[in-house]
Write a protein that binds this ligand. Structure first.
Ligand code: NAD
Ligand code: ZN
Length: 258
C-alpha cells in the first residue's frame, strides 16, 4: 500500500475509534469476494452481458402470471441466471462476520445493505436494512408482508397474499420498482443519527441510497469510501481507500481499540 493510502487507513481507523455513531452502507462489491459478481465495475455482469433494459417491474405488473411462468421455465436474462446461481452457492466471507462483530462491540450502530443475497443476515448482523429486498423471500406488492421462500427453484407461482389477497413477487426490488417507504424511512433515520458513514463496495449511483450520501455530507457527516475503484463519492468523501472490502475489514478489526 502506498504511503498516502497507508496514512488514510490510519485516519479512518482513528475516526471510527473516536466517533460514537458509525453506520455502514454496503454495495454489491461487499459480496464480490463471496463469489457474487457486481453489476457495475470491471468484472461486473453488465460488462459481460451488456446493460439490460431497466423495465422489469413494469413487465411484472403488466402480466404477473406470464412473468411467473417464464420464471418457472427458466426464461430469464443471462445476467440474472448467473447472478442467481452465484448467490445460491455463496457463503458470507470473513468481512461479513467482522461487521457483525463490530456491531456487537457497539462500533457499528446499523447497516444498510443494497445487497439481496442474504449474506449480511447470515453473518449475524442485527440492525440491518435490506433496502433492495432479500432473495430468500417473497413479498406482497399491496401490503408489503414478506414470506420465507422455502425452495431455491420455484416450481409453481406463489399464491396471492393470505392477508390482503394482493399479488406476490420476489422480495428483491426490480428495476423501476418503488422502494418500500417504511424501509427508506428507517434508512434515513439511521443516516440521520450517524456521525460517520462507512460506504463499502458501492458505486453510489443507485437511487435512493446514493442520494442520502449527499444529504449527509451537507449535514456535516463524515463519509468514508472503501472501494478498489473510484466511485461517485469521490467529491464528498472525507477519506477514501482503494482496497477490497474483505482486506479492509480484516485490517480494521485489528485496529479497533474497544
Ligand atoms: P454498485 O453500484 O454498488 O457497484 C459495485 C461496486 O463494487 C463497484 O463500485 C466496484 O468497484 C465495487 N467492487 C468490486 N469488487 C469489490 C471488492 N472486492 N471490494 C469492494 N468493492 C468492490 O452495485 P451494482 O453491482 O451496480 O449493483 C446494483 C444493485 O444491484 C445493488 O445495489 C443490488 O441491489 C443489486 N445487486 C446485488 C448483488 C448482491 O446481492 N450481491 C450483486 C449484484 C447486484
Ligand atoms: Zn398483502
Amino acid at each position: 500500500m502506498e504511503k498516502f493510502q497507508k496514512n488514510n487507513l490510519k485516519k479512518i481507523i482513528e475516526l471510527l475509534n473516536s466517533s460514537d455513531n458509525n453506520i455502514i452502507v454496503l454495495g454489491a462489491g461487499m459480496s464480490a469476494e463471496s463469489g457474487i459478481p457486481t453489476f457495475r465495475g470491471e468484472n461486473g455482469l453488465w460488462n459481460k452481458y451488456g446493460v439490460p433494459k431497466m423495465d422489469s417491474y413494469n413487465k411484472f405488473l403488466n402480466n404477473p402470471e406470464e412473468w411467473w411462468n417464464n420464471e418457472i421455465n427458466m426464461k430469464m436474462d443471462k445476467y440474472i441466471y448467473e447472478l442467481r446461481h452465484k448467490i445460491n452457492v455463496a457463503k458470507p466471507h470473513n468481512g461479513h462476520f467482522i461487521i457483525s462483530k463490530l456491531e456487537k462491540l457497539g462500533i457499528i450502530k446499523g447497516v444498510i445493505t443494497q445487497n439481496i443475497d442474504n449474506l449480511d443476515h447470515r453473518a449475524g448482523i442485527k440492525n440491518l436494512i435490506e433496502i433492495h429486498g432479500n432473495r430468500t423471500k417473497f413479498r406482497c406488492i399491496e401490503c408489503e408482508k414478506t414470506f420465507d421462500r422455502n425452495e431455491i427453484i420455484i416450481k409453481k407461482p406463489p399464491k396471492n397474499c393470505p392477508k390482503c389477497n394482493g399479488i406476490v413477487k420476489f422480495d428483491t426490488v426490480m428495476f423501476g420498482e418503488p422502494i418500500s417507504k417504511t424501509k427508506l424511512d428507517k434508512a434515513k433515520q439511521l443516516f440521520n443519527q450517524s456521525k460517520v458513514i462507512l460506504a463499502i463496495g458501492t458505486s453510489a449511483t443507485v437511487r435512493p441510497i446514493s442520494g442520502l450520501f449527499w444529504i449527509a455530507e451537507k449535514e456535516g457527516k463524515k463519509i468514508i469510501d472503501i472501494n478498489p475503484n473510484e466511485t461517485n463519492l469521490k467529491e464528498i468523501s472525507t477519506l477514501n481507500l482503494k482496497i477490497n472490502a474483505k482486506r479492509f475489514l480484516e485490517i480494521l478489526e485489528k485496529g479497533i481499540t474497544k
